[in-house]
Write a new protein. Structure first.
Length: 334
């Protein structure tokens, strides 16, 4: 339902800015996986980013959620070492080692794009550790045209050579961000600066991750060709204007995970963390609380005087509930 209220931001939520702590996990083969964690109450939230991104993309969302939160730099991104091989399963195995090392279980696992494919694979590897799964425009559920184009022999080598220069060009980055990643949003300056700083080191990881996504889309055992061995709760979110992972892939998600509830947000592209941060915060709160987003929206529209959602760990006296409920009204699910 469309609202006439001004677009909310995460700044409207009280209790932000818990100090994050750096996480460095030594993997069995000597490589390392990096990230950060925030303390909180209740069941933990684990977040996996997409291609050319890092754990930084989750920082605002984690601050808006009262649960303990951990975000990893996937292998080959941020400060983490490259994966052992360009396979989605290899990324999932590394993240699983990290969860075991951190003694994490009963987690709400969130994956965006590449991270969505990794999250789905991780659910099969260790379903006993995953209380619920949240997929944001996940890769791994079919072939992705853009990834296949840049993985063609010859084009792949050209991409490897030109990508560092492209990542240092604000003009190229902004055009790509507007056309492909979001529905016309301007590239945040902090993202442009990070990509420019990491241009040289990002390229090997990006090439391996792209190949992993391509192979997953072509595999005869791919998620889009079978049921995924996970029977927990699944929430899926797509933007109707996603030009990276087509919304039509949602049909494959439903076949692979029949229990999934799929929401399609109008006017949104591929990057909900940047395009709809406040609404996504509400979506994740609902997932952590074990209820769907649509009941939250319906309850808010009914103007009930009492909070409908009461996550056990949320501090009741600081006003966070009403602020968060207000911030979710423009997240349009259907």
């Amino acid at each position: 339902m469309r609202s006439e209220m001004p677009e909310p931001t995460l700044a409207c939520m009280p209790g932000l800015l818990r100090p994050p702590r750096t996480v460095e996990i030594s993997l069995r083969d000597g490589r390392s996986l990096h990230g950060w964690r925030l303390e909180g109450k209740g069941s933990p939230l684990v977040m996996l980013h997409g291609l050319l991104d890092s754990s930084e993309c989750w920082s605002q969302l984690a601050q808006a959620n009262p649960h303990p939160s951990v975000a990893f730099d996937l292998p080959g991104f941020g400060n983490s070492d490259l994966p052992t091989k360009p396979l989605i399963s290899a990324y999932a195995e590394d993240v699983l080692q990290a969860l075991v090392e951190l003694e994490m279980s009963d987690v709400t696992l969130v994956g965006h794009s590449l991270g969505g494919a990794v999250a789905a694979a991780l659910c099969e590897l260790a379903p006993e550790r995953i209380a619920s799964l949240v997929l944001l425009a996940p890769a791994g559920f079919g072939r992705i045209a853009l990834a296949e184009v840049v993985s063609v022999p010859g084009v792949r080598e050209l991409t490897r050579a030109l990508l560092p220069r492209a990542l240092r060009s604000r003009l190229v980055l902004d055009a790509s961000y507007r056309l492909f990643v979001t529905a016309g949003e301007e590239l945040p300056i902090e993202v442009a600066r990070r990509l420019g700083r990491e241009a040289a080191t990002l390229t090997p990881g990006a090439v391996m991750a792209t190949q992993a996504v391509v192979d997953a889309g072509r595999s005869r055992a791919g998620f889009h060709r079978r049921r995924i061995g996970y029977h927990g709760r699944v929430e899926v979110l797509w933007g109707e204007k996603d030009h990276v992972v087509a919304p039509s892939h949602a049909a494959a998600v439903r076949r692979a995970l029949p229990q999934a509830s799929v929401s399609m947000w109008e006017g949104m592209g591929h990057y909900p963390q940047r395009e709809r941060p406040a609404q996504l915060a509400g979506f994740l709160e609902a997932a952590c609380a074990g209820v769907g987003l649509e009941p939250l929206l319906k309850a808010r529209r009914s103007r009930s005087p009492q909070p409908v959602l009461r996550a056990p760990s949320w501090p009741p006296a600081d006003g966070s509930r009403s602020a968060l409920a207000t911030c979710t009204r423009r997240g349009r699910a259907r």
